[in-house]
Design a protein around this ligand. Sequence first.
Ligand SMILES: Nc1ncnc2c1ncn2[C@@H]1O[C@H](COP(=O)(O)OP(=O)(O)O)[C@@H](O)[C@H]1O
Ligand SMILES: [Mg+2]
Length: 378
Amino acid sequence: MHVTHLSLADFRSYARVEVPLDPGVTAFVGPNGQGKTNLVEAVGYLATLGSHRVSSDAPLVRMGADRAIVRAAVVQGDRQQLVELELNPGKANRARINRSSQVRPRDVLGIVRTVLFAPEDLALVKGDPGERRRFLDELITARSPRMAGVRSDYDRVLKQRNTLLKTAALARRHGGRQMDLSTLDVWDQHLARAGAELLAQRLDLIAALGPLADKAYEQLAPGGGPLGLEYRGSAGAAMATATSREELYEVLLAALGEARRSEIERGVTLVGPHRDDLLLKLGQLPAKGYASHGESWSYALALRLASYELLRAEGNEPVLVLDDVFAELDARRRERLAELVAPGEQVLVTAAVDDDVPDVLAGARYAVSGGTVERADR
Ligand SMILES: Nc1ncnc2c1ncn2[C@@H]1O[C@H](COP(=O)(O)OP(=O)(O)O)[C@@H](O)[C@H]1O
Ligand SMILES: [Mg+2]
């Protein structure tokens, strides 16, 4: 798929901007702080309902405005669609498809699909497990948009179960009435059901992504691998032998049973996908804490390129977004990356100076400066 038009109102630094886009490569070039990333962040928002830079919507709304609108015309094969999101921080966001009546924001997932690589991605390798969980969950949602519903079910159940555990923990500490634990049993089942579905998708994803990441890393840094992607589940070793969703459900349920005493002591859910991690190995060692800056950077990039290859192979080519990445790479890796991505259906690149964009990525150029985005082809 590709985006043929992007339209923003009160998004980040833009009061209004209209950007027509073609398939192939488009580069947004301009000095720092001029609004290049803001543009691609908006495209990413349509694909994930989130920003790669901030965890809440408030910073995305232009200072002084009370809502932002992101709209895109999208072509997939011979189908055209118009998607629109209205961001209302503190209130429910709204969404429309083809100007018709409202749909839930999550119903637009799957229309715009992106793989976005940005300097922030170093946190995939060096950061907390939450970064890697978000990476996995955004990708499973891109592969299968209905997973957005499963994720939100899981989050809701988790929140309610934690509230219950907190109440139980308080009652226990203050010698209050013992809670009826059969209520907890029901929440265990809900958590295990949504959790197993999430787990099954994550495990399936990692199996598919591993070889592609390894290949991408070999292309970027020959001889530097191999990479190893290992899922670290809070449900323990029994997970390793579980293959089906039903088995994962049983494993989660059993692990919740075992953890119940400590959960009631601490008042929080200790088992489930929200406590898991993805171990990224480079050779025999974990990348986190061992890999150099350059290796970590290549690792993160390999994960994104693998994501791109995977989505492409599965039939709906995403837009590839490379935000400010060429300046960070040495000349050889820059050329390799450019060759890898040049044939993509649509590639959006941002760079501070024209020379950072490799020649093989010839395409449309926009100059971004002071809130304006103007065509400036070479
Ligand atoms: N909510 C907002 N309202 C107004 N300006 C914003 C908002 N969020 C970010 N900005 C401005 O956008 C600029 C950064 O834009 P960005 O796209 O990150 O720049 P770059 O071209 O370097 O990628 C900064 O000047 C920042 O002050
Ligand atoms: Mg930027």
